[in-house]
Design a protein around this ligand. Structure first.
Ligand SMILES: [Zn+2]
Length: 134
């Protein structure tokens, strides 16, 4: 659902492309800074990326959105500041910087250990990315 605001004529498209490119680069830098154990910098890159996405009305890719804490903006590194718990059909992640918990629905895995499970309805859009309504 691309919300494309037709405001200020037609300057929109190129700029959003450039902005998404910059967002991608910022997340790369955030990852790099996190790898160098520089959480302050990676947090800042995340902040800049989010600022761009809001300013240009670009939705962050799901791959990017799960990289940072929505509450405190920390770049999340599993095992360092992110705890991940998997449950059937659910991934629970806890930001260890601020303690905020987020649950994400995942497609339930077909368990064939027990023969009795009713087969879950496989709808293609089952994986629930929560959408930020604004
Ligand atoms: Zn947090």
């Amino acid at each position: 659902m691309g919300i494309r605001r037709a405001r200020r004529g037609r300057r929109g498209r190129d700029i959003t492309e450039i902005a998404s490119e910059r967002i991608r680069i910022l997340f790369e830098r955030a990852a790099g800074a996190a790898g160098e154990k520089d959480p302050a910098s990676s947090k800042r890159y995340v902040f800049l990326a989010r600022a761009l996405s809001m300013r240009y009305n670009i939705h962050l890719e799901p791959a990017h959105r799960r990289l940072f804490c929505k509450k405190c903006g920390s770049y999340l590194v599993p095992g360092r500041n992110l705890r991940v718990r998997l449950r059937p059909g659910l991934t629970v992640t806890t930001c260890l910087d601020c303690g905020s918990v987020s649950r994400k629905r995942t497609a339930p895995r077909a368990t064939r250990a027990r023969g009795n499970e009713p087969s879950p309805p496989q709808s293609p859009k089952a994986a629930g990315e929560e959408s930020e309504s604004d």
